[in-house]
Design a protein around this ligand. Structure first.
Ligand code: ADP
Ligand code: MG
Length: 540
């Protein structure tokens, strides 16, 4: 960078630093953000298309889930990366609505670009957008309903994923899971009612989706580590450890000189005794189930089998954590703690039996416990990519049901709420705003139409006709007791209709957050007028 000076130019940055300024920087950023939005536009809604993502190693994901597509896309451009952040926030806060948030951000930027071309300053646009945000909150208060059919909420979230045809089945499981959590959850996260950390998912390829089942308790996709161990333990007393069960080796590199064959025997006996001691200690505490995150020594397995202990090794950390939460067992790091008085360790309990059973061809260990609070969905399906896509759909749907359960507020879907909000903004633009601000508010109002329009386009319906009929209802029709024009949206299965009657509804939080993050990102990108390549953060 060069500053003119009477004594010659002054360079404040290294020569060759990349810099992109003013309108060029703005339109470059906007173009990148729009490109991301365009890339996922065709996936929105029940009739949205899928994307096939292929990584360098040739692994394939087929999905319709906006957050997944954006996470897997190898994106470089900084403004495009900001758009991906929108999707992440949306997923964290609401589990659903990621595609909507990104498409809306893209459309807000597209409309802003047109305004900038008409010489409206980005600052004016940003402040008008914020005003729109406030108006949207107020209007949402009027649109919100609290008469909730949770199965409809789950089904609305499930449509569009490959799960389409089995949505009633999976939707009901989502509702069952959330209500089971609410009835007996131990810890609370989501507004005091449901903690989704207690939901576990185990996938088993083979069979039909309709063979999927919900269990109270935990299922480990593992088998007992020795065939002599019992298949079933009726009154379990569970030890959970993240340390290996093996002979302790010294940290130092030591070599032992053996001069007499008897010494070998003595040495091996010593090792064997160590293992025996550990097993005896475990037995003496009345433990009959051992769950180990690491490996269990072969000899220990043999002794465990001899004393009828069911042991499982190499259990995933996330499963260990879930099991600790549901059984109340403290994860033991040092087996020596078992020698201390009982205060230093807690064994886990399970209200039902622990049993190894086959699911299809796969052995799994069931920790049956209807009252512990944790639930597991055993998800079945024909092929691995299919089961994975169902998993993503299920995660959205169970999250959405939990959000609706916690907040107790929903709005109508199928683009209806976006049209109603658009109408409210058109009204706002006519009240006390200056010419430029008015143009920006109108642009926002138009941008909101992207949601119904995209749903219509993706369903292969005629966007001109359907949008005209929707606008007519929203802008010209008066509400009566039986007729609420603001509930009108497009049902991709049947055209323009009342979404509340069609049961197409979603949590208010999903819509509210999608709009909020779209505004935040669009305004952040609009305010940038200089892109300078900076030094890498961290130590030089
Ligand atoms: P997102 O990632 O934003 O959740 P989806 O692909 O899941 O994107 O699509 C969600 C949108 O689809 C919502 O606007 C929802 O109202 C709408 N939708 C769901 N079911 C229907 C339906 N039967 N007809 C029309 N729109 C629907
Ligand atoms: Mg969705």
């Amino acid at each position: 960078m060069m500053i003119p000076n009477t004594n010659g130019p002054i360079f404040i940055m290294k020569e060759g630093t990349e810099r992109n300024q003013g309108r060029a920087a703005q339109s470059n950023n906007i173009a990148a953000a729009k490109a991301v939005a365009d890339a996922i536009r065709t996936t929105l809604g029940p009739k949205g298309m899928d994307k096939m993502l292929v990584d360098e190693g040739g692994d394939v994901i087929i999905t319709n889930d906006g957050a997944t597509i954006l996470r897997e896309m190898d994106i470089e451009h900084p403004a495009a990366k900001m758009i991906i952040e929108v999707a992440k926030t949306q997923e964290q806060e609401c589990y659903d609505g990621t595609t909507t948030a990104v498409i809306l951000a893209g459309e807000l930027l597209k409309k802003s670009e047109e305004l900038i071309e008409q010489n409206i300053h980005p600052t004016v646009i940003c402040s008008a957008f914020r005003k729109c945000g406030d108006q949207i909150q107020t209007t949402l208060d009027d649109l919100t309903m609290s008469d909730i059919n949770y199965l409809d909420i789950a089904k609305t979230a499930l449509t569009g994923k490959s799960a389409g045809s089995i949505k009633t089945f999976l939707g009901q499981i989502c509702v069952d899971i959330v209500s089971a959590l609410d009835n007996n959850s131990r810890t609370t996260q989501l507004k005091g009612s449901v903690d989704l950390d207690l939901v576990n998912l185990v996938k088993a390829v083979g069979g039909e989706v309709q063979d999927s089942e919900m269990y109270g308790g935990i299922i480990l996709p593992k088998e007992r580590c020795h065939s002599g161990m019992p298949h079933r333990v009726n009154t379990p007393n569970i030890l959970i450890t993240n340390s290996p069960i093996e002979v302790k080796t010294t940290e130092m590199d030591a070599s032992i000189q053996i001069t007499d064959p008897n010494q070998i025997t003595a040495f091996l006996e010593q090792e064997e005794k160590q293992i025996k001691d550990i097993v005896n200690l475990i037995v003496s505490k009345g433990i009959n189930v051992v769950v180990c995150q690491k490996e269990i020594d072969d000899l220990a397995k043999h002794y465990f089998a001899k004393v009828n202990i069911l042991a499982i090794e190499k259990v995933k950390k996330s499963d260990i954590d879930a099991l600790s939460l549901s059984t109340g067992a403290k994860i033991l790091t040092n087996l020596d703690d078992l020698n201390d008085d009982d205060s230093n360790y807690d064994l886990g309990q399970c209200h039902g039996a622990i049993e190894e059973k086959k699911v299809g061809e796969m052995p799994m260990i069931f920790f049956d416990d209807p009252v512990c609070g944790a639930v597991t969905l055993l998800l079945r399906g024909g092929t691995a990519p299919f089961v994975e896509e169902i998993e993503r759909a299920f995660e959205d749907a169970v999250g959405v049901v939990a959000v609706a359960w916690a907040d107790n507020t929903i709005v109508t879907g199928g683009g209806s709420t976006f049209l109603a909000l658009s109408g409210a903004l058109h009204k706002l633009s006519k009240e006390n705003s200056s010419g430029r601000e008015r143009m920006a508010i109108e642009a926002f109002a138009d941008a909101l139409e992207i949601v119904p329009r995209t749903l219509i386009e993706n369903a292969g319906l005629d966007p001109v006709d359907e949008m005209a009929s929707l606008r007519n209802i929203h802008h010209n029709k008066k509400a009566t007791e039986e007729y609420n024009p603001s509930h009108y949206g497009v049902n991709v299965e049947g055209g323009v209709m009342d979404m509340a009657e069609a049961g197409i509804c979603e949590p208010r939080r999903v819509v509210e957050q999608a709009i909020k993050s779209a505004i935040e990102t669009a305004t952040m990108i609009l305010r940038i007028d200089d892109v300078i390549s900076s030094r890498k953060a961290g130590p030089q």
